[in-house]
Design a protein around this ligand. Sequence first.
Ligand code: RIB
Ligand code: CA
Length: 309
Amino acid sequence: MNKRPLILDCDPGIDDAIALFAAFQSPEFDLIAITTVAGNVGIEHTTRNALQLCEVAGVDVPVARGASQPLFRQAVFADHVHGKTGLRTLVLPAPTKQALPNAVEVIRQAILDHPHELEILAVGPLTNIAQVFLLDPTLPKLVKSITIMGGGHQHGNMTPAGEFNIVVDPEAARIVFEAGVPLHMVGLDVTMAEGLFPSEIDQYFSVSNLQTTTIHHILKDMVYAEGKQFKEAAYIHDAMALLYMLDPSILQGDWYHVDLETKSSISYGKTVVDYYHVTKKPKNVWVALGLDAAKYKANLKERLHRYQK
Ligand code: RIB
Ligand code: CA
């Protein structure tokens, strides 16, 4: 089986952590590197968390440190959801490895090493990806696809209009959305449609080891992390984007023109989906609108149960 070369750009982050654990059990991918970006918490924490999670999983994947700030805006964080460190109450041993210093260079090199084959999964603010495309505008045409957890057609979670990853750096999102790379947007319409319920989490694993107890801890800690205005569940946004890359049938959607609001003080960071194609502009983004919740949960469990070997 030809492995799919992949860059996983993230801001761990409790749901990023679950996506990473699932990615480490996905031999379909040749995971070239994990690149980190400031988002849920600052770059020091997201990078440290990525290093620590690799060690919990026992994988040796390069981790490269990325942007500490959005392109133009002041950084905003989601430590109210992810806790001060980004992993809420989970305490892990200090990492024994160092991160590479430059995510942009790592991503650029991965594109050049795998022309027309590299896939990018971005589950944090899109600052790193935008910087790569700003650095060398010839690179986007060499990227096979970009799948993001971010945005959405209807609701926002950072503002009423905007989803966190986009709101943090809407200018970066605009650059990435307009770069011409086939882009798949796994947004809140599907990631908030279904979470893991406490009863499911309690019976999730039947084997106890470092990985399963760590994942279980994170899942339990995620319930209510998003706030009591949501159903009592763990909303594992980022893992859904990864699982979609592995089995697109978990989501239903279609191609639409999507623009980015970057000016409005009320709705900046909104991904504006041209649902009725009124602009007649190119349908640049595949937008996820429906979730097969049973299949998503079954696929996630199948991946994470691979740690029960
Ligand atoms: O809005 C949810 C997204 O923002 C997830 O990627 C979460 O990790 C945060 O980055
Ligand atoms: Ca994330």
